[in-house]
Ligand binder design. Structure first.
Ligand code: COI
Length: 354
């Protein structure tokens, strides 16, 4: 068992937090977990008050982006308990991202122990309103003071938490997407399947342009042919066509979302036919025109299930399900959040009680 030292804050900030109007990612709980890597091991794991860190301008990560992160949530359950959802999958993906970024892996027991202790200490920060939760952000970054391009020898691994509401201002209402035009997010062999800041940096300019045109987010097409649908950057994407659930395969350029896996597992359990295959934007437009396209939705930890009501591709605008929330999207949202909030049976053993 990992021994984590604890130093509690002398002054909680919880009273300054407006739990009735939570936006995504603006408020931070009282404590954070931190451990530093050096000499081949993670040292001195501890929970301390959330606060500023001090680094020199020569910090490697600031120059070359050697960093990875994760996102998961804790939920206050119907019977007053606390659920962490599929944290083992976040650990697995964190270490997969670490490998791609030449960052040393984090042992499972350290990851789980840190999560559970941190969430337990800041339990009062978990919102008690349905739809809200405590977002947890684990991340690792290179901390050598060196500006040559090479793998860092030292790292910091930090976890902090944030009480959140819906990620998109639309909530469960359908979002509007526009295809990526001349921009690309990632190529096979690049960083696309790793959860690393560079992928999000690549999305900023296209997302800004999309927002200026009235869209919520960019729907990324593949970088080579600009034809096949990849993901939305903040979520994976799925299509319900003729009662078949279709989603792009994990071939290296898109993130292997945990909510994506959750949806595929549930849908298959419900007897829905699933196809993980390439799907082109032309096919989506054609299926929309023929009436075969029933629903489109994004999946993600932050976004949960996010119905898509409109997709713009070049001159063409497709409206899905009359811009409303589809039955299948709603069923998935209800089932997933039902399990997370402890209202529905957790038959796959996805929840960890804190
Ligand atoms: C998540 O869904 O947890 C994400 O990391 C997406 C975004 C907030 C970066």
């Amino acid at each position: 068992m990992t021994k984590i030292k604890i130093k509690k804050t002398k002054k909680s900030r919880i009273k300054e937090t407006d739990f009735d109007h939570l936006e995504f990612g603006e408020q931070f709980s009282d404590h954070m977990f931190i451990t530093e890597y050096g000499d081949g091991t993670w040292n001195d794991p501890r929970i301390i008050p959330f606060g500023k860190l001090s680094f020199l301008p020569s910090l490697t990560v600031l120059h070359y982006g050697q960093a990875v992160f994760e996102g998961l949530k804790a939920y206050l359950t119907a019977n007053g308990g606390v659920n962490l959802f599929r944290a083992d999958k976040n650990h697995e993906r964190l270490n997969m991202s670490c490998e791609r970024l030449c960052i040393p892996p984090v042992p499972l027991d350290l990851f789980m122990e840190a999560l559970k202790k941190l969430v337990a200490i800041d339990r009062a920060w978990i919102p008690n309103k349905r739809g809200n939760s405590l977002y947890i952000r684990p991340f690792i970054f290179a901390t050598d003071d060196y500006i040559g391009v090479r793998v860092s020898k030292t790292y910091a691994f930090i976890i902090f938490t944030s009480p959140v509401g819906a990620y998109y201002k639309e909530g469960l209402n359908p979002v509007k997407l526009i295809t990526s035009g001349g921009y690309s997010r990632a190529v096979i062999g690049g960083l696309g399947e790793a959860k690393t800041p560079a992928n999000y940096a690549a999305s900023l300019l296209p997302a800004e342009e999309a927002k200026k045109q009235g869209f919520t987010q960019v729907l990324w097409l593949d970088a080579i042919e600009k034809k096949y649908i990849e993901e939305v950057g903040t979520m994976n994407i799925m299509f319900l066509i003729n009662d078949v659930l279709i989603t792009p395969p994990l071939e290296g350029s898109i993130l292997g979302g945990i909510t994506r896996d959750t949806v595929l597992t549930l849908a298959s359990h419900w007897g829905v036919k699933i196809e993980e295959r390439r799907i082109s934007i032309e096919e989506v437009i054609e299926k929309a025109k023929s009436g075969a396209l029933q629903e489109v939705f994004g999946t993600g930890t932050a976004a949960v299930i996010s119905p898509v009501g409109w997709i713009q591709h070049m001159e063409e605008m497709v409206t899905i399900n009359k811009g409303g929330i589809g039955h299948f999207s709603q069923r998935l949202y209800d089932e997933i959040t039902g399990i997370q909030y402890g209202e529905k049976p957790d038959i796959f053993g996805w929840c960890y009680q804190v």
